[in-house]
Design a protein around this ligand. Sequence first.
Ligand code: ATP
Length: 590
Amino acid sequence: MKKQSNLSRLLQIAGNHKYLTRASWVLSAVSALIALVPYYYIWLVMKEVLETAPAFSRARNLPHNGWMAVLFAVIAVLVYIAGLMCSHLGAFRIATNLRIQAMEHIVKLPLGLAERIGSGKLRKIVNESSAATETYLAHQLPDRAGAIATPCGLLVLLFVFDWRLGLLSLAPVLLGFLIMMTMTGSRMQQKMKEYQNALDDMSNEAVEYVRGIPVVKTFGQTIFSFKKFKGSIDRYKTWVIAYTKELRTPMMLYTAAINGVFAFLIAGGLLLTQKGVTPEFLLNLIFYIIITPIISVALTKIMFQSENAMIVDDALQRIGSVLNLDPLKETDHPQHPENGSVELQNVSFSYDGEKDVLKGVSLSIPAGRTVALVGPSGGGKTTLANLISRFFDPQSGVVKIGGVDVRSIPKEELMDTVAFVFQNSRLIKASILENVRMGKPDATREEILAALQNAQCDDIIEKLPNGVDTVIGTKGVYLSGGEQQRIAIARVMLKNAPVLILDEATAFADPDNETRVQAALSNLSRGKTVIMIAHRLSTVVGVDKIYVVKDGQIAESGSSRELLAQGGLFSRMWQNYQTSVRWKVAKEVQ
Ligand SMILES: Nc1ncnc2c1ncn2[C@@H]1O[C@H](COP(=O)(O)OP(=O)(O)OP(=O)(O)O)[C@@H](O)[C@H]1O
């Protein structure tokens, strides 16, 4: 992506506010030119002082010229402030639009894809990339306009007074400019990208390391887990040192050239004055020595601009990588499911486009029935359940709810049709009431209280200081896994979706909570089509049908009685399970 196209893309995102951004460049350039005018008055002051010395009383124009210098300096600052106001308004609008655009796109992505990339990473890309454009547009671009205008204005000023000295002051500037070009080429752009990647890697590893501390401590793996984190720091260090070394010589030459203008002037001055010095030449020489440092300031600004432009380029590419992800296709001919039946017809699915995780799976669940998916770990149970609510679309085959292809059901309606109870259901930092209300935003307080009661939450609410209005996560208000799960069940109850997917719903419940969670689940499941992903075989005994999923296929299906009689995989899993239960009981008796 070219820098120019980045800028036009950003301006496109700005909509009508692009005029503000453009105005900011003009104002900043005008301000930079006005800021040169005081130097002209300073020259007049110096000239008058030299001409009238030592009888300064003859210097009548000194106060006037001095005040004019101040006046133009103030005007320059005011115009610059006006420019910054425009640039900030434009930049905020662009960053906001960019965030909205990205968020609107993320909402349209398959849920599974967003989950796979990671909400943290998505948030980081959207926030940091839009923030990078904000700084670029609000400060860096107007500064660049000013930094470009300054040398142009100076050029005029330099040649007006003494063209020979003007040329002398330009020589190092040209040299500096050439060195600068070598530091901002496409190779450096690539390096900047590597720098960003190394930085990203390091921060990801840091987060992983901190997240994993409890597990690491439990298993005494401190050295191993730190090794990964340290590896990313080492890679970053190696990269930064190599990058810095590469820049060392050009940067040194650039700084020397750009800050050594006065050396050129003095050397040139000596050459030009071999035949004698005129007061006017001396005046110009002193004036040039005073004014030329502005060039180095302007050029240094331009140089850092190229670095900033590279950062924005990278930011836009990152946000582009999100915007380019294929959204879930919305149907043009919406259809509505007739009931809560679920059907998979010859469904195959692969996460990476190579290995099929599901291979031609077919099953049919009549409305209101409860089925269980069991099988070895990694067999594809969760993937199968996720396809029902379009976490992803299968590469081949059809998933139907109520006789309708899920791709033909409007997204909102599909969300209302299928509900999940996950292993560790997430609650947000809000009151219990608000947490449950998420299941049905227009629910009345009475409806929420009824759902909480149905989900066996009475004992939780009784012990909380403000009952249902207690905010979870505030000081001293913590709920156990089983308690959180019951609140989450109340939320799903309120949603009242005809199809329910229970993913290991009771795996984390402690024994005291388990009976209540089970009761809450059986209230929740009443009259619904339930697909239960089960590990503990005790929970699947009473279901209408069991599907044994192995290697992405349905290996067996039937009632527990039928499957046990078959003496296949399920019956072996059952025997293992029984042995483990007996072993547990024996241990407890001991
Ligand atoms: N988001 C993902 N991206 C890539 N591969 C995945 C993803 N999720 C699961 N897989 C792979 O797909 C296969 C099936 O996984 P799935 O989670 O569906 O199995 P499962 O039967 O539910 O396993 P478990 O009982 O351990 O939860 C596994 O090989 C797994 O590594």
